[in-house]
Design a binder for this molecule. Structure first.
Ligand SMILES: *Cc1c(COP(=O)(O)O)cnc(C)c1O
Length: 380
């Protein structure tokens, strides 16, 4: 643990941008000759979109995907002018002008989004760039196959919209055995044939680890960039995130004493407890309490009692008394406990764990020999 870097923090989130870059490199190599983009929506899965984008840019990434216009706006200026920023959720009514001004590429998901973008193109008298999402079987976003076929025949559409990318999203890519994957690919191939010459994209992180038929022209990994993909096949990726938190207090309790809200845990014998300075307000979920542990010096320290807003309690009885003291940092996420493991204990997924990480952690960004510490109370 890098106790060397921050004296003032209660908890520290360490983000290894070198690992993010190495993961990007590995994913790009796997996907080649397809272009490897990067999905950095939700503040790069909670890790800091500007810094992650800048690191990926240095690694050669030029295509970035966010979910919302506001996220694209936060990125503007970070990604170089030659970068493409796609807005996956598309074009909210009233945002057309702003989207065009910044040269973001909206992913048009519905007939009305297409119509509004075309109206703006006509008003400006110039074709506008866009991506088009088609629904190949997830029933979430995108044009139906029928609407897609109709649009492909519309000659005015081709004049008004400069189509950069045709994309669709897999519903079950993390379950390679599901036949819906191949069905979606086949449906997408049919729609793709209607737009000859337009680059096509179907694969997220898990899709990239299905076979190479899913790579098409552009891949769109998000979670895999952070080494948190659950697939066994992705085991070569490097985890990019660690979370450590301080011991706030250590106490001895007698048999029969209750711990925390609701006294969910009653000590069966005399126990030594450590209270840790992270809670559900920091993205350490209440639902994690029953199965999870934290780690110190190779020792597993199981959680006891409920997680509070700002703290939780672990049983440290197994440690020799002098080994752990107030102010020490314990590992919540890192080499001893992966995000996927912690997520499983909480009954959730790595995606939700990561994007829930709160704003109170001291963030430390590492890249090679460089360490940058974000001021506490940062404002991105
Ligand atoms: C979030 C998202 C991705 C990235 O998904 P990962 O599973 O994190 O790789 C790709 N494409 C779309 C449309 C998404 O919404």
């Amino acid at each position: 643990m890098a106790s060397d870097v921050c004296a003032s923090a209660t908890s520290q989130l360490t983000i290894d941008l070198g690992a993010v870059r190495a993961n990007y490199r590995a994913l790009a190599e796997r996907a080649a000759p397809a272009v490897c983009g990067a999905v950095i929506k939700a503040d790069a899965y909670g890790l800091g979109a500007r810094r992650v984008a800048a690191a990926l840019y240095r690694e050669g990434c030029r295509s970035f995907f966010v979910a919302q216009l506001c996220e694209a706006l936060k990125l503007a200026g970070t990604a170089g002018a030659e970068c493409t920023i796609y807005v996956l959720n598309g074009l909210d009514p009233g945002c057309e002008e702003q989207c065009a001004t910044h040269r973001f590429i909206p992913v048009l998901n519905s007939a009305s989004q297409v119509d509004r973008w075309r109206s703006l193109a006509r008003a400006k008298g110039t074709p506008l760039a866009a991506a088009l999402q088609v629904d190949s079987g997830m029933s979430r976003l995108g044009l139906s196959p029928q609407a897609t076929a109709a649009l492909a025949k519309d000659k005015a559409f081709k004049r008004e919209v400069n189509l950069h990318l045709l994309l669709t999203h897999l519903a079950c890519a993390d379950e390679p055995e599901r036949t819906i994957n191949a069905t979606q690919l086949q449906r997408f191939e049919m729609m793709r044939a209607l737009f000859p010459g337009t680059p096509a994209s179907i694969a997220n992180s898990s899709g990239l680890f299905l076979d190479a038929r899913y790579h098409l022209d552009v891949v769109r990994p998000g979670l895999a960039l952070f080494g948190a993909t659950p697939n066994a096949v992705a085991g070569t990726l490097r985890p990019a995130v660690q979370l450590h938190a301080r011991v706030l207090q250590i106490r001895q309790i007698a048999a029969g004493e209750g711990v925390g809200y609701g006294h969910d845990y009653i000590a069966d014998a005399s126990r030594r407890l450590a209270t840790i300075g992270v809670g559900y307000a920091d993205g350490w979920p209440r639902s994690i309490a029953n199965a999870c542990a934290v780690w110190f010096d190779g020792h597993r320290l199981p959680l006891v009692g409920r997680v509070s807003m700002d703290s939780f309690t672990v049983d440290v009885s197994a440690l020799p008394t002098s080994v752990l003291i107030e102010g020490d940092f314990v590992e919540l996420l890192g080499p001893s406990q992966s995000i996927a493991d912690a997520a499983r204990y909480a009954g959730t997924i790595a995606y939700e764990m990561l994007t829930s990480l709160g704003q109170r952690h001291q963030r430390v960004y590492r890249e090679g020999a460089t360490t940058e510490i974000e001021p506490l109370g940062r404002e991105l």
